[in-house]
Design a binder for this molecule. Sequence first.
Ligand SMILES: Cc1cc2nc3c(=O)[nH]c(=O)nc-3n(C[C@H](O)[C@H](O)[C@H](O)COP(=O)(O)O)c2cc1C
Length: 278
Amino acid sequence: MELQFEVNEELCIGCGECSKDCPFQLIEMKDDVPTMAKENEANCLQCQHCLAVCSTGALSILGKNPADSIPLPGSAIPAKQLATLMQSRRSVRRYKKDRVSPEDIAFLLETVGYAPTGINNQQVLLTVIDDPQIMDSLRKKVYTILAKLCESGSFPAGMEYLQGYVQDALVTGQDTLFRGAPHLLIASSPKAGPCPEADCFIALTYFELLAASMGMGALWSGLAKWTLTGITPEILAGLGVPDSHQVGYIMVFGRPDVTYRRTVQRDHAHINRVQQIV
Ligand SMILES: Cc1cc2nc3c(=O)[nH]c(=O)nc-3n(C[C@H](O)[C@H](O)[C@H](O)COP(=O)(O)O)c2cc1C
């Protein structure tokens, strides 16, 4: 991809911040003007730090107009508010049936695109079910297969531990895998990438917190992940998750049918404060 590294020399004040902040020092100041040599372009992470750090909006890369960025400092969230959000998010296991508006889902997914990825890989694929009817047909497909496996006692080797959960779900009619949620989100990333799992976890963490700030609930569902990846990979493929991808995790989300009135109280974080290196 063409980098389109461009500097508006009328606006540039020659401060060199773009050059200093470039992770690989690919930008050189020549006569107080930032330049990127052609041979450096292939090593550019495309992180856009040069565009973000420029105090006068003189620098454009990848065809981005700095005027289209959100000016900073802007509406920074007070730390206490963000901490309260982090402390108050809960694993939501009771959902309203109503769908979340397509606008809200689009806003969430687009914002998740701002999550960091290893070497700015930006390859996390967000597979989303935004139609609750499709979610219901997924539930049906998955539980039909699981019921057959329970009947025949033929869970794949290593996955027998799921049988207990599934049997409970089948007997009680409780949807332990998807918790009755109207929506599902799968984060996956190419296995060949530098850190596919970490990238997916970060993306889902961004999603969960932003969703909580919008009055939504979410649940990291290990049961859904283990089932779809380990027992019904054909269903996963049918949802459009490429075989070349590592599934980082699966989350369900929607409008909560439960209201938490206070935070939980965690005892302490496990901290190893290094005093010396032995
Ligand atoms: C990676 C991960 C997998 C999880 N899998 C499940 C799951 O399959 N089913 C479930 O009900 N809860 C699941 N949870 C939710 C945890 O049980 C929950 O985070 C924990 O009990 C603390 O509750 P809280 O999230 O409300 O603070 C999972 C959480 C994480 C982080």
